[in-house]
Design a protein around this ligand. Structure first.
Ligand code: UDX
Length: 443
């Protein structure tokens, strides 16, 4: 089939590469010139394991263009995967979706199915439909469907090739047929719903997962107060099939481009619909507190933070990605900077990205806050060099390379042998045996 995808962020580009690999002819539309140039040279502009290889391999079936008009011409199925970043109010910014809908409408000549891939509030399809009706020729038929994406960064290809389910929110049997044809080579359960349900499924799924993390973090805090061990408790509850053992890792809180934004959006959407989703507000509160609790642990051991050297391992919001959006590390860095600590940071992938962001012009508003946080922080390319003269080492991302420690090097480099582990990756007894003061989460 011919397929068009508008927007080449994580979701758009992974989906494009996936469909091309499955044999479809895909045209991806990207309006950012710099990004488009890179993609046309087959350079993936962010780090995602396996994606570069797939984009390089599918040269014939995966093409890129700047023009939405070409996307409309190319295919009957047009996926929209542009960003819906959070506004200061917590609501998602629908500007890009609105723009794309208007542009598609202006270029419509015959039937097209517009498929929402971006995470959008319930009723967005109706809004897209209304705006397209206003700007398209009166006799041209089109429809809007929803096909939410559940892939995780860092394992996007694995998730995209082997989804737990494929949700198709469709307005008609014609739309259903087009979408089942797109996904005909996938071995996964199909959930066919109305469009509103599909839109809700995405926010409800992400909010539920965030709730699971906040729940286990709250239980971890109870474990700390009662001398229990959260790892044992999580195993004990997770083996109940009704609860499930995944997403029960206590830590420094969830981050990333999805959970914080989507929980916020769902709270706002619910409020607009007339329901006060207090449960989710508490999920957000617990997540905020989790980072503050980690800083308290540092203060408990160091007492005075001013002028102390604090080494941080882990800047990305989770391993196998260089994405720092809403990473717990950022809030912790801000807090430590306020207390005038000297921060030395290492991350296997995000350091390079951090340097690029620091070099961007001051008026790049979408990175301005991140840039400000990273200023006056020492960035290191070597894990152990970052611990030179450190009074404390904190672990904020569970990268594999952090999991085994060279105790001799650490002891020789660090000024005080204190490790605060925000991801529970070490064995407490072993660290204490080696002479470290060691604190983790819920143990
Ligand atoms: C998430 C959803 O999992 C995915 O389905 C959706 O499409 C996009 O949002 P992603 O943000 O890529 O994916 O990462 P995920 O692996 O879900 O982790 C999100 C955050 O939760 C990370 O900061 C991670 O460290 C944290 N987390 C996850 C925990 O703290 N504990 C856990 O047990 C699991």
């Amino acid at each position: 089939m011919n397929i068009s995808i508008i927007g080449t962020g994580y979701v758009g580009l992974v989906t494009g590469a996936l469909f091309a690999e499955k044999g479809h002819n895909v045209l991806c539309i990207e309006n950012n010139k710099k990004k488009l140039e890179k993609l046309q040279k087959r350079e993936v502009p962010f780090y995602e394991p396996g994606l570069q290889e797939l984009v390089t391999k599918n040269t014939q079936r995966l093409k890129f263009s700047e023009k939405i008009s070409e996307g409309v011409k190319h295919a009957q199925a047009i996926f929209v995967a542009v960003g819906t970043p959070a506004l200061a109010t917590g609501e998602p910014d629908m500007t890009y979706i609105e723009h794309v809908a208007t542009e598609i409408a202006h270029n419509l000549k015959d039937y097209r199915l517009i498929i929402e891939k971006s995470t959008v509030p319930v009723h967005t399809s109706e809004k897209i439909h209304a705006i397209m009706k206003r700007f398209s020729p009166p006799d041209v038929h089109f429809e809007v469907a929803s096909n939410p994406e559940f892939l995780r960064e860092g394992q996007a290809l694995e998730d995209a090739f082997n989804p737990d389910r494929i949700v198709l929110g469709v307005p008609s049997t014609k739309a259903q047929k087009i979408l089942t044809d797109v996904y005909k080579d996938f071995d996964a359960p199909f959930i066919i719903t109305n469009v509103n349900s599909a839109e809700i499924i995405k926010h409800a799924a992400n909010s539920f997962l965030a709730m699971k993390i906040s729940y286990i973090n709250a239980v971890a805090n109870i474990c700390e107060l009662s001398n229990a061990n959260i790892k044992e408790v999580a195993e004990g509850i997770g083996l109940d099939k009704r609860i499930g053992k995944h997403f029960l890792n206590a830590g420094v809180g969830y981050g990333g481009s999805c959970f914080p934004k989507d929980v916020d959006a769902f709270v706002n959407i619910s409020r607009d619909l007339g329901y006060d989703f207090k449960l989710l507000e508490e999920v957000q509160n617990i997540n905020r507190d989790q980072k503050k609790r980690l800083v308290k642990k540092i203060k408990k051991h160091l007492w005075v933070i001013k002028n102390k050297v604090i080494a941080i391992w882990g800047l990305s919001f989770k391993p196998n990605t260089d994405d720092m959006r809403e990473a717990p590390a950022l809030d912790i860095i801000k807090e430590l900077k306020r207390s005038q600590a000297k921060i030395q940071i290492f991350d296997p992938k995000a350091i390079q990205k951090a340097r690029e962001i620091l070099e961007l012009p001051a008026d790049e508003s979408h990175t301005a806050a991140l840039k400000e946080t990273l200023m006056e922080v020492e960035l290191y390319d070597n894990q152990y060099k970052a611990t030179e003269n450190a009074d404390c080492l904190i672990i904020l991302t569970e990268w594999d390379e952090f999991k085994t420690l060279n105790f001799e090097v650490l002891k020789q480099k660090m000024n005080q042998h204190i490790i605060i582990d925000g991801r529970n990756i070490y064995n407490s007894q072993e660290l204490e045996k080696q002479g470290f003061i060691y604190e983790s989460v819920g143990r």
